[in-house]
Design a protein around this ligand. Sequence first.
Ligand code: 3PG
Ligand code: MG
Length: 359
Amino acid sequence: MFEYKSYKDVDLKGKKVLIRPDINLNIDIENNKIRESPRIHALIPSLNELKDSAVVVMAHQSRPGAKDFTSLELHAGEIRKLLDRPVKYVDDVFGEKAVQAIKDLKTGEVLVLNNVRTWDTENKQFKDFAEAEKLEMIQTLAPLFDYFIADAFGAAHRAQPSIIGWPTLLAGPTTVKEFEYMSKILENPGRPMVMLIGGAKAIDKFIAMEYNFDNERLDYALCSGLTALLILEAIGINTGEPNRKVIAKDLEKEQERIKATYKKYKDKIILPKDLIIDDNGNRKVVAVDEIGKYNAVAGDIGPKTTEEFKEIMLKAKTIIANGPPGIFEQEVFRKGTFDMAEIMAEVSKNKGALTVIGG
Ligand code: 3PG
Ligand code: MG
């Protein structure tokens, strides 16, 4: 399905390589601490595959203007903890300091560069690969490397210079693994195909859902999280101020589109019947048409919704999950996400379904 050259197709021994992973992390900025580092843990086996090369890591953290838009120093420290070879860090992306550190790097060593999104142009998307290749960062760094390894599968949908600009790209270990699973889903997926949608980035996920319906790839979309709130508001259900404000921008821009798509696929888009609000640390179940009255964050799906989602998942042959149904970081909003995870484990283990959890 995907034609690509991977890191396995070349001899990397003694070569200088640049790897571009997705190590965008959940950082507690007040305490300058990493909350969770699953993406760093996933990077370690990739770096181990490259142990006979001099490896430079280029990556991003968050977006300019966001609270957790910070340097990659913490990331480098975490890699250092987990990897048993030297890991250096340079507070620069492609200036003199970075260039010198790259030139000095020896086989068996790893060098982490600073957050590539500190370079303004990185935050733009480029339609044309050749155009991206002409940019200053690529022109400065490309001659210093033998190979460029594209391993940021979680950011591969961003046509930004560090993702697409290098003269040639080899798929890295993470990308290869993801391609293999995605090929199964795209080539000959088991039906019914079900998407579980949750978490943030409401409109992005709505568009992905719409695309899959339009291309007849999808049988059901189980909507939770901010995408559910966005659709509910778009079709005229008042979810209350605290919920509306987080999707307000998307709603203002795309309400007509959302309404039209919802109308078209009404029987296949499953919206929550009930939601959970925090009642002094207890889970209070609220029917969806009542939620507006409470003026409280709807942080999880309720039991009726879970039941309906479960019924559909039990019949699925393919499930793609994109985002958690609730704000699972908070105890009170955890149950829906854990219930869904258990059902997905159950259908993949005992019913032969393929489940892919993205994001
Ligand atoms: C992610 O964490 O989802 C990826 O790193 C992409 O981040 P972005 O949505 O800020 O481009
Ligand atoms: Mg993402």
